[in-house]
Write a protein that binds this ligand. Structure first.
Ligand code: M6R
Length: 608
């Protein structure tokens, strides 16, 4: 994880570097630092905690510089501390920022110690500075030193380097961690994410694995993995201020919850026509490829995996295809058997999640028919490396807790289920029914958002508990899991999800007046069975909060029955997610946690 940014300009860059770090805080926020070239010396400032503290230090010390690098950290090796914060330096000459993990760091550190280098941090990153210094001290140029260093490193990295002996250039290197160059006006920039520098340019060059590059105020040069000068395509991306500001909301998470009607509209827009899904919306030739699909494998992490679990049900009921689902972090290690004509689907908001990317790369070596990604970031590694893709078009999601990314993933996955069915000439009436229901989804979500008033009544009852149980059955079990994940990650309340029928096989022992039970009870063929499961909770004194269809009647002793708007059953998982997001948000607000940046987490998990 971590966010890195670099700038070579004809103006002072301190402020723009810190502003860029603020926009990348979603990547990590336990410490931050900056190294600014000041001709004869480097101003090196690091702080424990959020970027704001670094900013305060910058305001006090007012360092001036036209060339610098900066970093916001999510600790992997070594606790959050000032010593472990980047930039790391070697002999007050080489200053580096790094995002990624150096897997063979112990061996390389031991070697560098024998060469007389001493380490001041517990990180894997510091050795990069020493290794560069080692090769520079042997008379190599900084570019050659970077290639020699790269030869030694195993793992993932995006690196930016300032050399005190050179006040014009910043050197960059990328391997399996995102890094891009931004073409500014009279300045060149680099960052982990276009968001960081989107106010300064709309022209970006995405470096490829193995690339080494150099930026100065006047220009840039890119070398490929064979040290040959390379030209790379310029990508135009417009990042509006509005998309990355909180507007009238207290938190990004809150804003992102309330953006969902528009976000879902953006996912569907231009992809359905008449009463069916349009052809080839996953890329040219995708509709033809879908004709041959016989089996699906989904890999993803966290919330995105929950979206995959819901979709598995749709692939079965709408597209009549069997689906296997794996945590991306587990998939490669179970020696997966790949049946002929299998389609690999990755799901990811960021498109940079290291486990998911590694799973895709592994799968590409297997005999999959094709690979497809559902992703929110068109320029991401997953998008670039998959054969087919669909972008959820949710707009930037900044809050660490995924909200609009999840519901738009579900909408995109529904489009996929429909497309697979269409290519295989299946279920035309069902397709028409679902498309009709999808068109009214934004309005139904708008109506669902009004549930906030009821949630405000129950949030205080949950905010003072230490545990919570979420129950759902069938297609609602993954939604219950998503509800539990949301609650635990932002309110720090321990929450678990169960298929309601499993309760009596163990978890029922946990039920007492201190265990709120949040249940999802839409109208369905197993609604009665679910109600019986909830009676078991009631009989043991549990407090039930049941989100349900008005047709379901239950007499609760304590807690609340909350009516949900009507919608086509196949799309109800999207609707029932909304109150769980609002509930987590309101509970976290009452508990005073850091909602957008919960402890120990980061938005984009670019380490395995
Ligand atoms: O960017 P991705 O969707 O690949 O991220 C995967 C998970 O890290 C992510 O969904 C995480 O579980 C959410 N932030 C939880 O709200």
């Amino acid at each position: 994880m971590c966010g890195i940014i670099a700038a070579a300009s004809n103006r002072n860059v301190g402020k723009l570097l810190v502003q860029g770090l603020h926009k990348m805080e979603y990547r990590g926020y336990d410490s931050a630092g900056i190294a600014l070239h000041q001709n004869k010396q480097i101003a090196h400032l690091r702080t424990l905690g959020k970027v704001k503290l670094l900013e305060d230090k910058m305001i006090q010390e007012k360092p001036k510089s036209k060339l610098g690098i900066a970093h916001t950290r999510w600790a992997t090796h070594g606790e959050p501390s000032e010593e472990n914060a980047h930039p790391h330096q070697s002999k007050d000459r080489v200053y580096i920022v790094h995002n990624g993990i150096i897997e063979n760091y112990i061996e390389l550190k031991d070697y560098l110690k024998t060469e007389g280098y001493s380490f001041t941090s517990q990180t894997d990153s510091e050795l990069i500075a020493h290794m560069l210094d080692f090769f520079l001290s042997k008379g190599n140029s900084i570019i050659d030193s970077m290639y020699l260093t790269k030869e030694k490193l195993d793992g993932a990295y995006a690196i930016a380097v300032v050399d005190k002996e050179d006040n014009s250039n910043i050197v960059l290197a990328r391997n399996k961690s995102p890094l891009l160059i931004g073409i500014g006006t009279d300045e060149f920039l680099a960052a982990s994410d276009p968001l960081a520098i989107g106010q300064l340019t709309n022209e970006f060059i995405f470096l490829e694995d193995g690339d080494v590059a150099q930026i100065s105020a006047e220009g840039f040069t890119i070398y490929d993995s064979n040290k040959k000068e390379a030209s790379r395509e310029i990508t135009k991306i417009d990042i509006s201020d509005q998309a990355i500001s909180k507007g009238k909301f207290k938190h990004f998470m809150e804003k992102e919850i309330y953006e969902q009607p528009q976000a879902i509209l953006n996912t569907i827009d231009g992809r359905v026509g008449g009463d069916d899904v349009l052809d080839n919306i996953f890329g040219l030739g995708s509709s033809d490829i879908f004709k041959n699909v016989k089996r699906i494998q989904v890999v993803a992490c966290g919330t995105s995996l929950h979206a995959g679990r819901v979709a598995a049900n749709w692939f079965s009921s709408i597209s009549e295809l069997p689906t296997q689902i794996d945590y991306a972090s587990e998939y490669r290690y179970r020696n997966p058997h790949v049946d002929e004509d299998s389609l690999l689907i990755t799901i990811s908001q960021s498109g940079e999640t290291a486990d998911t990317l590694a799973a895709l790369r592994y799968a590409k070596e297997k005999n999959y028919l094709s690979t497809l990604t559902i992703c929110n970031v068109p320029t991401s590694s997953l998008a670039r490396e998959s054969d087919y893709s669909i972008f959820t078009n949710a707009g930037p999601e900044i809050g660490v807790a995924s909200t609009k990314a999840f519901t738009t993933q579900l909408a995109a996955l529904m489009l996929l289920a429909l497309s697979l069915a269409k290519s295989r000439n299946m279920n035309p009436k069902l397709r028409t029914r679902v498309i009709t229901a999808m068109r009214s989804l934004p309005d139904t979500i708008e109506e669902t958002l009004k549930i906030k008033d009821t949630i405000l009544e129950i949030a205080p009852e949950i905010a003072n508990k230490d545990n919570a149980l979420f129950l759902g059955r069938g297609i609602f079990y993954p939604i219950a899991k998503e509800g539990a994940l949301k609650l635990k990650e932002i309110s720090y309340i321990h929450a678990e999800a169960y298929p309601a029928g499993e309760l009596k096989h163990g978890p029922l022992a946990l039920i007492d007046e201190n265990m709120p039970v949040i249940a999802l009870a839409p109208e369905s063929e197993i609604a009665e069975k679910l109600v019986s499961n909830l009676e078991e909770v009631k009989a043991r004194g549990g407090t039930l909060y049941v989100f349900s269809d008005p047709s379901i009647s239950m007499d609760l002793k304590s807690g609340k029955l909350i009516n949900m708007p009507k919608c086509d059953f196949l799309l109800t998982p999207i609707i029932y997610t909304i109150p769980l997001q609002i509930l987590s948000y309101e509970v976290a607000l009452l508990r005073g946690t850091d909602i957008d940046q919960p402890r120990n987490l980061a938005k984009s998990v670019t380490v395995e």
